[in-house]
Design a protein around this ligand. Structure first.
Ligand SMILES: Cc1cc2nc3c(=O)[nH]c(=O)nc-3n(C[C@H](O)[C@H](O)[C@H](O)COP(=O)(O)O)c2cc1C
Length: 182
């Protein structure tokens, strides 16, 4: 039997106790039901800033890069800050290169305090192109995030949950295809 697809989740907040942390959990549940293994990168001891002295030799950076290297697919979930991805997400992406991410699939999600839009998703799509990742067309933006989850942490709008399921299916299928080409 083929080895399980390994999915790395990267959150655009320091704590995964956030709307984006919750979205990653929901996406992971769908991926796991499709036989994938999921690992969430823990930003609680944050990476240094790219460009800080010695940043490329930092142990947490090496661990981040090694986790990425051993993954077949990625889910990025970022809050929208001033019309784009958070600084935490951008800094994490800046520590990746095509060495870790070439021919691997990506899925994108974002949350917004206001109306749903695709700014953050589009900006993350551009960054991922620069590290030679393949972003699946399905994507999820959760607007009005403060009222988007119920008391159990599930999405109030079942259609969003189904979008995440379809996105997960596409991520796993494309990761399997791309792994066969590596
Ligand atoms: C600095 C900052 C900028 C923000 N800019 C936007 C914005 O441009 N558009 C928007 O809809 N919400 C904006 N928000 C609200 C965040 O998107 C919202 O708090 C976030 O999606 C919640 O997700 P989290 O719980 O994972 O942090 C902003 C929040 C902060 C702190």
């Amino acid at each position: 039997m083929a080895e399980a697809i390994r999915v790395m989740g990267i959150c655009g907040t320091f704590s995964t106790d956030s709307a984006n942390g919750r979205l990653l959990e929901i996406a992971f549940k769908h991926c796991e039901s499709m036989g994938a293994e999921c690992v969430k990168w823990d930003n609680s001891s944050p990476l240094p800033f790219v460009g800080e002295e010695g940043c490329w030799d930092d142990e947490s950076v090496k661990s981040f890069q090694n986790t990425a290297l051993s993954s077949d697919a990625f889910i990025l979930s970022s809050p929208e800050y001033h019309g784009t991805m958070s600084g935490v997400m951008k800094n994490n992406l800046d520590f990746l290169s095509y060495d870790q991410t070439s021919n691997k699939s990506f899925a994108l999600m974002s949350t917004l305090g206001g109306q749903s839009n695709s700014n953050t998703l589009n900006h993350m799509r551009i960054s991922v192109r620069w590290i030679h990742g393949w972003v699946v067309p399905e994507q999820v933006a959760v607007g009005n995030v403060r009222s988007a989850f119920d008391e159990n942490g599930d999405l109030v709008d079942e259609k969003l949950n189904l979008r995440i399921r379809d996105m997960a299916r596409s991520l796993i299928d494309s990761a399997e295809y791309l792994r066969s080409k590596r």
